[in-house]
Design a protein around this ligand. Sequence first.
Ligand code: UT7
Length: 326
Amino acid sequence: MKPLKIISTGAYVPERVVTNDDLSEIVDTSDAWIRERTGIRERRIASDDECTSILAARALEDACRHAELDPQDLDAIIVGTSTPDAIFPSTACWLQRELGLSGIPAFDVMAGCSGFLYALEVASGLLAGQTARRVGVVGAECMSRVVDWTDRRTCVLFGDAAGAAIIEAGDGSSGVLSSNWGSDGTLADILCVPAGGTREPATEQTVANRRHFVHMEGSRVFIHAVKAMSRSVRKALDDAGLSGEAVDVFIPHQANIRIMEATRERTGIPADRVYSVLERYGNISAASVPVAIHEARQAGVLRDGAILALTAFGTGLTWAGAVLRV
Ligand code: UT7
C-alpha cells in the first residue's frame, strides 16, 4: 500500500441552477429525453465573473477550512482540468494568484475527466518520493464556456464545478492499495475542442465553424468509457486482492447514469455502494470524482477506514482506476 491520507476535502458549485426544462427552451430537447438517456436533472453554470481557477480556488479554500489549514500550508498544488483559464499560464497558477499565494509549485494535469485521478497519482508519487508533505489536489471545470449551446447532443450533458482534496502521507493506516492509469491518443479526435490551440489556431473561420466548442462522438465515447472504466476498476481490485463485494463506496466518473451502471455491473460491486452527484450537477468532468468524494464524506457515507474504489475516463482518451483505504 502507498501511504496516503485524505486529510480533508472541499467543493464549490456555482449558484446558478439550469434545469432540463430551461434547456428545452434553447435547444430541441426535453426533460424526459435527458433524464432517460443520461440521468441528469439539472446542472450548475458559472457566473460571468467565474472561471475555472476561481471555482478551483473556492474548492481548495473549502478543503483548507475543513482541515483548519491556510492554503499557505500546502507544499504543492495540482489542478486537473481540461477547461483551463488560458492556454498559459496554468490554471493552478491563476488559482495561486486568486489566493494570493506564491512560492510553492503549482501546475496543471490535462487528462480530461480523468484529471483528478491523474493528479492524485502524481501527488501520491510526490508524497512517496518525499518531494512534498502536503498536496492540494483539485479537479475543476468550467465546461459551460466550451460547449456549443446550439448543439443538443452535448450542451445538455455538462456542468461547472470544482472539488479538492488535501493529502498527506499519513501514519500508514490509510493509502492507495492499488492504482492504474492509461491513455490512447489514437482516439484523440472523438472527444476534443478542435481549434484554439497550436494545431488549429483561432481564426475568424474557426470561430464561424464553431470549432472552439466540444466535439464528441457520443456513442463511441460511451462504449470506450464502459470498457476502460470497468477494466481499470477490475484491475485495481485484482491488484489489491479484493472482490467487488469488499468495496464500501464506489465513485466512478459521472458522465451518464447508463455508463456508470454498465461499468459497475462489470466489476461485481453491489449497486448500493455507488455514490452519485450526476443528477444534480451533470457531467462536471475532472470535478466529478472529488465533488462526489467530498459530498460522500459530508453525508457520512465515506468514513475513515472504508474501502473506496475510484475510476474515471475522458478525452485523450484517458482512464484511471484506484482502490484506497481512506
Ligand atoms: O465525460 C466523458 C465523456 N463523455 C461521455 O462519457 C458521454 C458519452 N456518451 C453519452 O453519454 C451518450 O452517447 C449521449 C448521452 C451523448 C447520447 O445518448 P445516446 O443514447 O448514445 O443517443 P444517440 O447519440 O444515439 O442519439 C439518439 C437520438 C438521435 O436522434 P435520431 O438520429 O435517432 O433521430 C439524436 O439526434 O437522440 C437524439 N438526441 C437528442 N434528442 C433530444 C441527441 N441529443 C438529444 C437531446 N435531446 N439532447
